[in-house]
Design a protein around this ligand. Structure first.
Ligand code: ATP
Length: 238
């Protein structure tokens, strides 16, 4: 079998003296849609921030496409093709939707490719095309989430990491965004989704890792984990 796109081994990470992640190991294969789920404060965001270079790991390995990226700067990790769509969307205030999207492509020089990807995200989320001149931060929460994901795609990543797709959004919008993720994944782009809403995550992802208090508590296919009584009781309210 070929090498995984992302391979994390024995990762310890945190903030200063506060260790949050303990011995995290996981793999994401090229082309798959995987998820990391867990309750509030379990360490999901800290894990994404460590992968994307915003936090330096204490120890352990983060290998991407066969190369060690643990400890590289956020810019260097982005240049390797890893994009992090942060919780809260973080769009640039005062900039239009179109400019926010183009900022996602700031490292690229392939004009034709940029235009093709812009057409792709406008097809995926037609509302962004309609609102392309509007200040991105004045849009609704769901539209901002679309814009943040589209901005991620504009950098033409090899791995798209999304922190909390569904946070604060109405069920109908979450469904729309879930469909979009599947569509993006069908183009061959690997996606790692972090979600508190386990039902939503399991509907789109094939593999899942469950984080509890900074450690991987369970891992497997979402089909199997979705039938596990512990998961159903603790995370799905079933
Ligand atoms: P949520 O879904 O609520 O964001 P999470 O699983 O993403 O939860 P993290 O945000 O990674 O969890 O937080 C994990 C732990 O790290 C928490 O105990 C949190 O208080 C702590 N933490 C987060 N950010 C910092 C920081 N900047 N400095 C110190 N501790 C932090």
């Amino acid at each position: 079998m070929s090498e995984p796109l992302l391979e994390i081994t024995g990762l310890q990470s945190g903030y200063g003296d506060v260790q949050v992640l303990w011995d995290i190991s996981l793999v994401v294969e090229e082309g798959e849609l995987a998820c990391i789920v867990g309750s509030n404060g379990a360490g999901k965001t800290t894990l994404l921030r460590t992968i994307s270079g915003l936090i330096k790991p204490i120890s352990g390995g983060v290998k991407f496409a066969g190369k060690e990226i643990g400890g590289l700067s956020a810019d260097a990790v982005l240049a390797q093709g890893v994009v992090h769509v942060p919780e809260g969307r973080r769009l640039f205030k005062g900039l239009s939707v179109r400019d926010n999207l183009l900022l996602g492509a700031y490292l690229r020089r392939d004009r034709d490719g940029i235009q093709r990807d812009l057409d792709f995200v406008f097809d995926l989320f037609p509302i962004l095309k309609e609102r392309q001149s509007q200040d991105a931060t004045t849009m609704s929460g769901g539209e901002q989430q679309m814009c943040a994901i589209a901005r991620g795609i504009m950098s033409r990543p090899r791995l798209l990491m999304i922190d909390e797709l569904s946070l604060g959004l109405a069920p109908r919008l979450v469904e729309r965004l879930s469909e979009a993720l599947l569509e993006i994944n069908r183009t061959g782009l690997t996606i790692l989704l972090v979600e508190q809403d386990v039902m939503t995550a399991f509907e789109v992802a094939r593999h899942a890792y469950v984080i509890e208090i900074g450690r991987i508590a369970m891992a497997g296919t979402t089909e199997k984990l979705g039938d596990d009584p512990r998961i159903r009781e603790a995370y799905m309210g079933l």
